[in-house]
Ligand binder design. Sequence first.
Ligand code: PEP
Length: 251
Amino acid sequence: MRKPFIAGNWKMNTNQRGALALASGLKDRLAGVDTVDVAVCPPFVYLAAVGAALSSSNIALGAQNLYHERNGAFTGEISGDMLKDVGCSYVILGHSERRHILGETDDLINKKVRAAIDGGLLPIFCVGELLEEREAGRTHDVVSEQVKNGLEGIDAERALAVTVAYEPVWAIGTGKTATAEQAQEVHAMIRALLGELFGADVAQQMRIQYGGSAKPNNTAELMANPDVDGLLVGGASLKVEDFAAMVQTVA
Ligand code: PEP
C-alpha cells in the first residue's frame, strides 16, 4: 500500500564533477528499480546538472530547502517555483541542521511546508528530538509538537503530499542508529497523530521515513518495521555502492 521511499540528502557535499559522477553511477545501478521511490537532494547549485544527468531515469530530484515567498527581494534565497523550474519534485524541510544550526523555527518551517505544497512540490518534512530531550523522556512531546506545528493549516488532501522524516538528532551523522524498536515506536506515535490531524485513511497513506546513520547494514532491520516506509540517508547517500545497496535491499 505505501510504496517505500528512499531519499539521499547530499547536504553541503560534492563538487560539480563528484555530483555528476554520483548521479550517473546511481542511474546505472538503479535502472529498472520500480518498486521503490528514489530521490537525491544535491546542493542547489548542482540541481540542474544532476537533473539533466538523471533524465530518463527513475530517480527523482529534490532540494534541501526553499524560501516560502514566490519571488522578490530576498537576497540569497531560492523559491519553490525556481526548484520546480529546474526539475525538482521533492524538497527537504525542517532538517535538524536547519533547525539547530540555522535557527529555523516551527513557524518558519510551517510556512515553507505550505509554500512547497502550494507550489506543487512534495515536502520531506523532518522532525526529531535532541539527545537530552530523549534522555528526559520528552521524545513524544517534542516530536508531536514539531509535527503539529509544522503541518498546521494543512488540510487532509494536501497532507498527502507530505513525507514525514523522523530523524532523532542524536543519530544524524554520528554512526549511532536508533534501534529498529526505537524507530518503530516513534513512527507509530507519529502515524497515530497524523490520524488525529488528518483522519486514519490519510494517515495510512502518508509515508514516514527514518533518518539517522542509516546504512546498508541496518537497512533491512529498519525497513522491517510496519511504520517505517523509507529512509532519509545522509552520509551513505554520497557513495554509489552504499546508496544503491540500500535501495536494492528495499526493492
Ligand atoms: C540526514 O542528515 O538526513 C541524515 C540522516 O544523515 P546521516 O544518514 O549521515 O545520519
